[in-house]
Write a protein that binds this ligand. Structure first.
Ligand code: AVI
Length: 310
């Protein structure tokens, strides 16, 4: 059976400009490289968001109230959710949602051991699609979507995701981590690190295609290229063909011209107002926002009105 990865990669090579979803970065090696990116001196989002959470988790816990349950979209960094679980008053349940059952099992085992009395209920699902969550308990349902992963969605996808989350979290809230518009030099450095880890992360997509789709990409014939597109307020990552070359993927031949690119990722950056307006359009009532002193990153409390609320 043709996989979604194969279908999307063929389509990417058949259309111009060539474009593929960033979700395919995350095989085992891609996830490992992303963890390394999060530790890089140039990649400020992870440590800045962690510091914001550390400083303001008390205020977040007060808003959540006792017996809340946390729904995490993506079984992400345990470090971040752990901060919430430690600060919230008697959290009732933790529901991580992820497409990878393996990731979920690991997260569930670790947290179950650490937090006695906490119910951990993993949900294997694609959180960008229609979700079936178990019925909510008596406490508030608080969604958690850190890391500015929302920036990797198209604007339409971001609105659709937030609309779905507002439905799922009725009567509760979404805690959303969002990277902010800033000095283009800082943004440029964050996606062009000196060690070349981001380049390896980008090029790993070709290695994955070779392994899983029988493609014959030679990674050295491609260059990592990331730049900040100022008018569109997004980092764009591309793989640039260093020469005119033929490639084969799943038995089909394609030609890439010298200088042609495969567009592999967008990472949108937002203004505070931009996030609030988008959240409002999706059905949330924007609440407090926490940020760092340099305004690099932001964490938003978005109240999801209950059906009975105006
Ligand atoms: C996961 N995501 C929010 C990261 C970002 O910054 O857009 C992925 C990434 N791409 C290159 N570096 C990090």
């Amino acid at each position: 059976m043709t996989s979604e990865f194969e279908r999307d990669f063929r389509a990417a090579l058949a259309q111009r400009p060539h474009r593929i979803s960033p979700k395919y970065f995350y095989d085992a090696e891609g996830s490992r490289l992303f963890d390394r990116i999060c530790e890089l001196p140039e990649y400020y989002p992870t440590r800045t968001e962690l510091a914001i959470l550390q400083e303001s988790v008390g205020a977040m816990a007060a808003l959540a109230g006792p017996g809340a349950e946390i729904v995490e979209f993506g079984a992400g960094s345990l470090r971040k959710v752990r901060l919430l679980l430690q600060a919230f008053e008697a959290p009732a349940r933790y529901l991580p949602i992820d497409i990878s059952g393996e990731h979920l099992r690991d997260a569930a085992t670790i947290l179950h051991k650490e937090f006695a009395g906490l119910e951990v209920q993993p949900v294997v699902a694609d959180y960008t699609g229609a979700l079936q969550l178990p019925p909510a308990g008596p406490g508030k349902r608080i969604g958690f979507f850190p890391g500015s992963t929302i920036g990797n969605f198209t604007p339409e996808e971001a609105l659709a995701f937030l609309g779905g989350a507002a439905e799922q979290l009725r009567g509760g809230a979404l805690l959303l981590g969002v990277d902010l518009v800033k000095d283009p030099q800082l943004l440029h450095a964050a996606y062009n690190d000196a060690e070349g880890v981001t380049a390896a992360f980008n090029l790993n997509l070709l290695v994955r295609a070779n392994r899983e789709l029988g493609a014959n990409f030679v990674p050295a014939r491609f260059a990592h290229y990331a730049f900040y597109n100022v008018p569109l307020q997004r980092i764009e990552m591309h793989l640039v063909s260093r020469a005119r070359q033929a490639v084969t993927l799943a038995g089909e031949g394609f030609v890439l011209d010298e200088g042609e690119t495969l567009h592999t990722e967008n990472s949108y950056k937002f203004t505070m107002m931009g996030v609030r307006t988008l959240a409002q359009r999706a059905g949330f009532r924007p609440g407090p926002v926490w940020t760092d002193t340099d305004n690099l990153f932001s964490v938003h409390w978005l109240h999801a009105p209950a059906r009975s609320e105006p």
